[in-house]
Design a protein around this ligand. Structure first.
Ligand code: URA
Length: 235
């Protein structure tokens, strides 16, 4: 790989910026300053340093974002701010959100450029658990809970697949629960609650597969996944 491409991939700067850095002698390969942008290196083995800092080549990047309400889950949108505007400093080319949260939904969103992992997490046949904290208006009965657990008609050809319900509170026409679903249909949680006579007033995703929203993360903030979290997701 060319040295300037390597530095671009590492998000050190644009192609013309990194060419300037190389010319200025800010880049070394295996402790020798290299001033040619087209220098060929082995990105797996060579030790490239920029301003004395070693850069280890990483192709795939993984971030956990605490999505706030008010941003859309897309890489680009001509009208609205997207989740990607919250990750401006993140490294990694071709990052995208894995799955979709509604504009008013908050919580865990995985952002990566690992297409294979995204496919595995989203593939309908994989039945990956997604747990949501849900606040609702209305009343819920034991029979409604059983309906959610068995499968409800949300207007699609098939009933929803069995969900897990953990009712947390219920009083004065309001209730809250943790709901775990294994599909990812459009507006699924809102439509499931509607199917049992309620209305979702607040929705936050808590987990996706083995990945849990970090309780120390502020709304709108993100962090890279740990090695362990990446390994667990891939298993
Ligand atoms: N279900 C919904 O209804 N909305 C979301 O954002 C996620 C799941």
């Amino acid at each position: 790989m060319r040295l300037d491409k390597f530095l671009c991939d590492m998000q050190i700067g644009t192609r013309s910026q990194v060419k300037g850095f190389i010319k200025k002698g800010l880049v070394s390969v295996n402790d020798i300053i290299v001033k040619k942008s087209d220098f060929q290196l082995d990105e797996e083995k060579d030790n490239v340093c920029y301003m004395g800092q070693s850069l280890s080549y990483q192709k795939l990047y993984y971030y956990m974002l605490y999505k706030p309400a008010g941003v859309v889950t897309a890489t680009k949108d001509s009208q609205e701010p997207t989740v990607m505007t919250l990750l401006l400093d993140a490294r990694g080319k071709g990052l995208f959100p894995v799955g979709r949260l509604d504009k008013d939904t908050e919580g865990l969103l995985l952002i990566t450029n690992d297409g294979e992992l995204a496919h595995n997490l989203l593939s309908p046949g994989k039945h990956v658990d997604k747990t949501y904290y849900v606040e609702c208006a209305g009343d819920i009965t034991d029979s409604n809970i059983r309906q959610l657990e068995v499968g409800v008609d949300i207007g699609d050809t098939a009933l929803t697949l069995p969900a897990k319900v953990n009712l947390l509170s219920q009083s004065k026409g309001r209730y809250s629960m943790e709901l775990t679903i294994i599909e990812g249909r459009f507006h699924q949680v809102k439509r499931m609650i509607q199917a049992v006579g309620g209305t979702v007033t607040y929705l936050r995703r808590l987990s996706m597969g083995t990945l849990y929203l970090d309780s120390t993360l502020q709304k709108g903030a993100y962090r890279p996944l740990t090695e362990q979290e990446i390994m667990d997701l891939n298993n």
